[in-house]
Write a protein that binds this ligand. Structure first.
Ligand code: AP5
Length: 182
């Protein structure tokens, strides 16, 4: 059973929803950089203060900051993990490859969750998080296309990428993902 996983996909595809369920059922560390950054903002730490305005604009927080968060968590953990929302651009992906080589670990599967833009927008507007207003969502989608989508080719080249249709019910999508894990 594969237990070192990465979820890739545009904002609103359901990465967080599925990552939470799968990490609970398979006892994986769920590492969501978005959740970790929001916790820092909430706690008012220097890191959170630095990240807050960037996140509100829908742009990417600095690679160094995000990498420090991920390194800290992965170094302290020996079991399986599920990365959700990280890496977000090629420099982060290359840094992750380096960090995992250092730790003697490797990614076993990258799940690309695919959903059309109108559905993404509907889901995010229905949620109403601080960065879920239409202008910021459109910018996050642009950032995804420009900076994150190139990771598809990066992981395809490593034969790690599998795509999942992210429409339908939460249970239907969970079943599609579960079928890729064996
Ligand atoms: P992050 O928190 O990662 O947000 P995101 O990628 O924009 O993803 P979302 O949480 O919006 O979507 P999701 O795919 O997880 O979907 P979800 O399950 O929530 O990042 C936020 C910000 O943090 C970034 O913009 C950036 O500033 C910063 N950041 C984070 N990581 C970074 C990094 N590595 N580098 C630099 N900066 C970083 O679902 C969405 C909604 O749809 C929910 O309401 C959910 O209930 C609903 N839903 C889910 N599944 C279904 C379904 N099947 N049917 C109907 N509704 C559904």
């Amino acid at each position: 059973m594969k237990n070192r996983l990465l979820f890739l996909g545009p904002p609103g595809a359901g990465k967080g929803t599925q990552a939470q369920l799968l990490s609970a059922s398979h006892h994986l560390l769920h590492l969501s950089t978005g959740d970790l950054l929001r916790a820092e903002v909430q706690a008012g730490t220097p890191l959170g203060q630095e990240a807050e305005a960037v996140m509100a604009r829908g742009e990417l927080v600095s690679d160094d900051l995000v990498l420090a968060i991920v390194r800290h968590r992965l170094e302290a953990h020996s079991g399986g993990w599920l990365l959700d929302g990280f890496p977000r651009n090629l420099p982060q992906a290359i840094a992750l490859d380096g960090l995992l080589a250092e730790l003697g670990q490797s990614i076993e599967l990258v799940v690309l969750m695919e959903l059309e833009e109108p559905q993404l927008l509907l889901r995010l507007l229905g949620r109403g998080r601080a960065d879920d207003n239409e202008a910021v969502i459109r910018h996050r989608l642009e950032v995804y296309r420009d900076q994150t989508a190139p990771l598809i080719a990066h992981y395809q080249a490593q034969s790690l990428l599998r795509s999942v249709e992210a429409s339908g019910t939460v249970d239907e999508i969970s079943a599609r993902i579960a079928s890729l894990l064996s």
